[in-house]
Design a protein around this ligand. Structure first.
Ligand code: PEP
Ligand code: MG
Length: 897
């Protein structure tokens, strides 16, 4: 095989691989190879690569050259073991095990005892010292697993046959069946097999093996594996490796057994002996829970030699991997075998505490600790959690759009939500979908549940911005004005439900909630009793180091003083996006309506004059909270439909009023305006800079309010650092027009005051990205609006697509995750890169940031670091996550020491 590369070498002996080859050999194969090379007792075997799997799945057929390679490695395996596969007199048996790059526990298939047939069953019995019962039991397990996995025989038919055998004998346990019973059962199993498959159970050992390998390949695309990958964001095209391993048996008597072990406590990180052992059993018996395991410590009494050897191996593995390892092992007649190891999974809390502990033990340094925790884990620690001990009833499961745990009385309107919240009640706002009118209710509610829309729907984006729990896209629920139904349940207004914005689960009744001590720590109001708690101490230590290591600054998207204040406590270094349109809602709506309905310049100016002091006060509050730090205020960018009453509602209102002979003058005027302004594609319509260029005085009013607020703060002795941002620019001329007017106003308002105001633009229209060199001439900064850039880059409507067809795209692997959630590096990311490079070439030192939702997504933060942006901006709750990931982007780019 010398000279073959991963593309055409499909099989690796364990001695040929190592732990860094997970892409090719899967996690299990790579670690079996690593253990083999460490000289640990691993049964001989080989790994068929993920590339072979990918080829098989792409063509659905035999992979050229694979058979020959398997033959070659099988021969070596036979030589090492001194036995031939399925030899009637003295058979080598193998297990055929799946093992992908990322662990997908129980999602794919494994077939044990391959090589057994009507003849070799006798040879196995002889090997086992004349143990007929063991041999026939092994054979019936093979037919059962092979039938189910390879040939899709319904598993319950085998279960039923086993049950019948026990009933006929009048016994309860499998272990009460003797060799003869099992031999008969093998006969029945073979009939079941032939009935379903149309031919007899294959007797040729090699044929068994080849069919099992192909079945493991196919199990990559089993429904549950697909679902798991989607949840865990594992790309659909990786494929699984297949490990063919000489069988060792833990079920050969009291001197045999099987177990699992951890090198330290996966819950707390403490070093010690953690694990379980099951005497006289195979791994599958442990999973099936047939008998109770004993604590691993008991192995010391049962088999001291193996126990001591295991402890030695555990120490070797920890020393080698510098981390918590989990291990599967089998003891066959007093001989210990290692079947698997990997760096062990752990809870989010344990990830932080273990990392801190390993620093204390001198095993890793602070940089390595940052590599070992993730922003997703930190996010998990920041949300309150449900206490599920009471096993509450699950009503439905939908999209976990904004994490957290909330319960409350169900309400169906924003008004009811505010009314009940004012009485001190917890409410959950349930809507088919939300729109900006629902904002007061969303603020008042503990959580939001919608029947439509995905992770970038209005409900999801706004809820995330507020750090409010939200579950959306619950399409099994039918929402009516005062109740909703789901799976036979009717939930009425006032009934209590609980929603989990992390898992997307909706529960009936009130599920108790635990607050997050990590948030209390960030907020600075931690109960002193918790200050020395290991988790909080570990988070503090790692975050402090993260802030020292990161190059990217982290700002926040915040529209109000309180939001900005909270974000600052969470470590935000400024505001990257204040969406001013949010300031035009609620009781200011009427003023906006006046503006829209204004006939002539005078009426319009009056409406603007009424809005200006309110805006000024908003900005001053924001500047005060961010005193000394930059605050990017975006000029108004509403798709107009979000501000106008619905055409249908107005038409009905006017018709009803007319029928009753009542006056509906204002509504009629509004109806005419709404008709006039109606757009087929509001997201591509009168938004952003277009609105500013068409409605005279609108941007001017906002610029004036910003400048006045800045001067007011400077007069208070503060240090305002406003940045005015123009949305939806696609051509430099748009920006220049706004800039010229804005500069005039700023000069007029600021005069000699010590206030500097930058003017820049969002880059969120593809044309802006492609003409960034020109645009940079008129912009002191760029902020990438990756929500719109994704929408317009892909041509996907951000409000509609997730529920509509993204599932199919994910299924097909067109993308592994919604491009609205994590930046599409090759496409939209390329636009960001082009704009950054060309913008900076035209204006060296051009300040670059991102304020789309991607600014708080871990993977995207890494990308923005690589591109060389100056900052990311995200919702207040994601600020700590972005701080951590910005540092991880630095340390992950450097090899571990
Ligand atoms: C964006 O488009 O990425 C952005 C931040 O603006 P908005 O989401 O308000 O359109
Ligand atoms: Mg936008």
């Amino acid at each position: 095989m010398e000279g073959k590369g991963p593309a055409d070498k499909f099989v690796y002996d364990f001695a040929e691989g190592n732990k860094d080859l997970k892409d090719l050999l899967g996690g299990k194969g790579a670690n079996l190879a690593e253990m083999t090379n460490l000289g640990l007792p691993v049964p001989a075997g080989f790994t068929i690569t993920t590339v072979a799997c990918q080829r098989y799945l792409a063509s659905g057929e035999h992979v050229d050259g694979l058979d020959e390679e398997i033959t070659e490695h099988l021969e070596k395996l036979e030589e090492a073991m001194g036995r031939k596969l399925g030899d009637p007199a003295d058979p080598l048996l193998v297990s055929v095990r799946s093992g992908a790059k990322f662990s997908m526990p129980g999602m794919m298939e494994t077939v044990l005892n391959v090589g057994l047939n009507d003849e070799s069953v006798a040879g196995l019995s002889a090997q086992a010292g004349g143990n007929d019962r063991f041999a026939w039991d092994s054979y019936r397990r093979l037919i059962q697993m092979f039938g189910k996995t390879v040939c899709d025989v319904p598993g319950d038919e085998f279960e039923q046959a086993l049950h019948n055998a026990k009933t006929a004998k009048g016994v309860r346990d499998d272990t009460d069946l003797d060799a003869d019973d099992l031999k008969k059962l093998v006969g029945v199993y073979k009939e079941v097999f032939a009935k379903h498959v149309g031919h007899d159970f294959p007797q040729d050992p090699r044929e068994q093996m080849d069919l099992a390998v192909a079945a493991v390949f196919r199990s990559w695309n089993a429904d549950r594996a697909v679902l798991y990958r989607r949840q865990e964001r594992i790309p659909a095209d990786l494929g699984t490796a297949v490990n063919v391993v000489a069988m060792v048996f833990g079920n050969l008597g009291a001197d045999s057994g099987t177990g699992v072990a951890f090198t330290r406590d996966p819950g707390t990180g403490e070093q010690g002996i953690y694990g379980d052992y099951l005497q006289n059993a195979q791994g599958e018996d442990v999973v099936a829970g047939i008998r109770n395991t004993v604590p691993l410590q008991d192995l010391e009494q049962i088999d001291k030699k193996s126990y001591d050897e295991l402890l030695g191996i555990m120490a070797t593995l920890e020393g080698h991997y510098h981390d918590l390892c989990d291990i599967e092992f089998t003891i066959e007649r007093g001989k210990l075998w290692m079947l698997q190891t990997r760096v062990g999974k752990r809870t989010a809390a344990a990830a932080f505490t273990i990392a801190a502990q390993l620093i204390d033990e001198g095993v890793i340094d602070l940089d390595e600790a940052l590599r070992r925790v993730t922003g997703a884990q930190l996010a998990q620690l920041m949300f309150p959690r449900f206490d599920l001990d009471g096993e509450p009833e699950v009503l439905t499961r939908a999209v976990g759009a904004s994490p957290g745990a909330a319960y409350g009385e169900v309400v169906f309107t924003s008004e009811k939500a505010t009314e009940l919240a004012a009485q001190g009640k917890n409410v959950i706002l349930v809507r088919r979908e939300t729109n900006p009118d629902d904002l007061p209710g969303m603020i008042a509610a503990q959580g939001i549940l919608t029947a439509r829309g995905g992770k970038t729907s209005h409900a999801a984006v706004v809820a995330r911005g507020m750090g409010k729990t939200c579950v959306c896209g619950a399409d099994q629920i039918e929402v009516s004005p005062s109740s909703f139904t789901v799976g036979g349940h009717t939930v009425n207004e006032g009934d209590v439900i609980s929603i989990d914005g992390t898992t997307g689960r909706v529960y009936l009744g009130e599920v108790p909630v635990r607050p997050s001590e990590v948030v209390q720590y960030f907020e600075g109001d931690l109960d002193p009793a918790l200050a020395n708690e290991p988790l909080v101490a570990a988070v503090h230590r790692l975050m402090t180091h993260a802030d020292e290591r990161r190059r990217l600054a982290v700002r926040t998207n915040a529209d109000t003083g309180p939001d900005a204040a909270r974000a600052r406590r969470f470590g935000a270094q400024g505001v990257g996006l204040c969406r001013t349109e949010h300031m035009f809602l609620g009781d200011r709506r009427e003023l906006v309506e006046r503006l829209i309905l204004a006939e002539g310049g005078k009426e319009r100016q009056e409406a603007l004059d009424a809005l200006k002091p309110l805006q000024r006060a908003d900005f001053l509050a924001l500047f005060r909270e961010m005193n000394g730090l930059p605050v990017t205020v975006r000029l108004i960018d509403p798709p107009l439909h979000e501000f106008l009453p619905s055409l249908e509602d107005l038409a009905v209102h006017v018709a009803v009023a007319k029928e009753r002979g009542e006056s509906a003058k204002r509504s009629e005027k509004m109806l005419a305006a709404v008709r006039r302004m109606h757009e087929q594609n509001p997201m591509l319509g009168m938004r952003g800079v277009r609105l500013g260029l068409v409605v005279p005085g609108l941007f001017a009013m906002q610029v004036r309010a910003i400048a006045e607020a800045a001067v007011a703060l400077a007069e208070e002795g503060g240090r305002p650092r406003p940045e005015i941002m123009v949305p939806l620019v696609g051509a430099v001329q748009e920006l220049e027009t706004v800039r010229t007017e804005a500069e005039k106003i700023i000069a007029e308002v600021v005069g000699d005051a010590p206030v500097e105001i930058l003017i820049g633009t969002m880059i969120e229209v593809p044309r802006a990205a492609l003409t960034a060199g020109q645009i940079a001439e008129a912009a002191e900064f760029f902020s990438f609006g990756t929500n719109d850039l994704t929408q317009m880059g892909w041509g996907f409507s951000r409000d509609d697509v997730e529920g509509a067809f993204f599932w199919r795209y994910l299924e097909l692997g067109i993308f592994g995750i919604s491009p609205f959630e994590s930046i599409d590096r090759e496409g939209v990311g390329r636009l960001v890169r082009i704009a950054s490079d060309e913008g900076r070439a035209a204006r060296p030192g051009l300040k670059l940031g991102v304020c789309g939702e991607h600014g708080g997504d871990p993977e995207s933060v890494h990308f923005f670091h690589e591109v060389g942006l100056d900052y990311v901006s995200c919702s207040p709750f994601r600020v700590p996550v972005a701080r951590l990931e910005a540092a991880r982007a630095v340390v992950l780019a450097q090899p571990a020491g």
